[in-house]
Design a protein around this ligand. Structure first.
Ligand SMILES: NC(=O)c1ccc[n+]([C@@H]2O[C@H](COP(=O)([O-])OP(=O)(O)OC[C@H]3O[C@@H](n4cnc5c(N)ncnc54)[C@H](O)[C@@H]3O)[C@@H](O)[C@H]2O)c1
Length: 343
């Protein structure tokens, strides 16, 4: 069997970039794999584990390399990523970027225009869409099995260890950083309904003493048919396991309900050194010897397939822009203490 092979670059070889790199390295669709990373320790670690074609500390070298078809952008801080997106799209590279799509709606619109003009594949790391439990929720809602949706809730909390990492690099709110996954997921499940009204409240008793970052944020969204969404996002849980993340999901419909326990308590390990911990519990997932436990590898392979075989991407730039509209409205609502209506 013959198939098209593509040349791929990954910018930022940190936690998430490392997973994307390993997924690319394992894919038969990838011919050359190029990596940009400014941290020498990370570069060495990645170089030891994957057979990359080239390494650079300057991402601009990858933009200038005409043989590269697609670029995955996983560098931080998020606020400094848009120049990379713009340059990659202008150079007609297909792009996958970690959320959020851009710092402002104006920049998101600029990206969307370049994607359309240059006819490019572009997707955002909304990894929950590739998790089987979440795919089942989407299927149950879209098939009408639960009747008409009445209300959907996702409460997600991550440990303060990750919260500390996030707040040290940006002032983005829990809505923009963690809530964005839940909002994207539920807007996707509820399509073609559209959000019309957003109300949000933040709380802070830990992080806000040392930074401008709250500890937790609730977002309530009303859709144009009256369905409500509630999404909670926090980052001050005590350590349950390195990068521990827990979510609780409820979907109530006119003909049924669906409850998903995504708290990762089905596997627990108890050691004298650490007490009880919950492994296999991070958002992107992790490699366990020969298998990957999580959704990020499948998501990365999906992007490679979209580029190599001209297939559609699951999470589009327009959808990511709509998510941004909601999270921006949520932050404004929390600031003003009033509901925000979307146009
Ligand atoms: N989809 C998910 O489930 C999920 C989960 C966690 C994080 N994320 C997102 O993934 C992104 C990356 O998060 P992370 O935890 O891997 O961060 P990280 O800090 O571990 O990695 C970022 C890497 O980028 C590198 N970098 C910084 N500037 C660079 C530059 N100019 N050129 C090249 N490399 C550069 C850093 O040295 C670092 O190694 C974030 O936007 C985060 O929000 C997504």
């Amino acid at each position: 069997m013959s198939y098209k092979r593509i040349n791929v670059a990954v910018i930022g070889a940190g936690w998430v970039g490392g997973i994307r790199i390993n997924a690319c390295a394992s894919s038969p669709l990838v011919n050359e794999l190029h990596i940009a990373e400014i941290n020498p320790d990370r570069t060495k670690k990645i170089a030891d584990n994957c057979n990359a074609t080239s390494f650079t500390t300057n991402w601009k070298n990858l933009i200038d390399n005409e043989s590269i078809d697609a670029i995955i952008i996983a560098s931080t801080p998020e606020s400094e990523r848009f120049p990379i997106v713009r340059a990659a799209l202008k150079a007609k590279k297909h792009v996958m970027i970690e959320k959020p799509i851009a710092p402002t709606l104006r920049e998101a619109d600029e990206a969307i225009k370049l994607i359309e003009v240059n006819n490019l594949k572009f997707t955002i790391g909304y990894t929950r869409r590739f998790d089987p439990k979440y795919a089942f929720i989407n299927k149950s809602l879209k098939s009408g099995k639960l009747g008409q949706p009445v209300t959907c809730l996702i409460s997600r909390n991550i440990t303060r260890e990750i919260g500390n990492k996030i707040k040290s690099r940006s002032k983005m709110s829990p809505a923009a950083m963690g809530g964005t996954h839940s909002i994207d997921f539920l807007l996707w499940c509820l399509q073609p309904r559209l959000p019309v009204k957003v109300y949000s409240q933040q709380a802070g008793k830990l992080f806000n003493k040392i930074s401008e970052t709250p500890d937790h944020q609730w977002i309530i969204v009303t859709m144009d048919d009256g369905t409500t969404i509630t999404a909670g996002s926090g980052w001050v849980l005590p350590l349950g396991h390195p990068q521990y993340s827990q979510s609780w999901i409820e979907v109530i419909g006119t003909e049924g309900s669906l409850t998903v326990d995504d708290t990762h308590r089905e596997v627990s390990i108890n050691t004298t050194k650490h007490g009880i911990r919950y492994p296999l519990s991070s958002m992107p997932g992790e490699q366990v010897d020969h298998v990957f436990a999580g959704a990020m590898v499948d998501e990365t392979l999906h992007f490679l397939d979209a580029v190599a075989n001209d297939n559609p991407v699951l999470a589009t730039a327009q959808e990511a822009r709509l998510v941004m509209e909601v999270t921006i409205a949520a932050d404004l609502s929390a600031k003003r203490g009033e509901a925000i209506y979307l146009n």
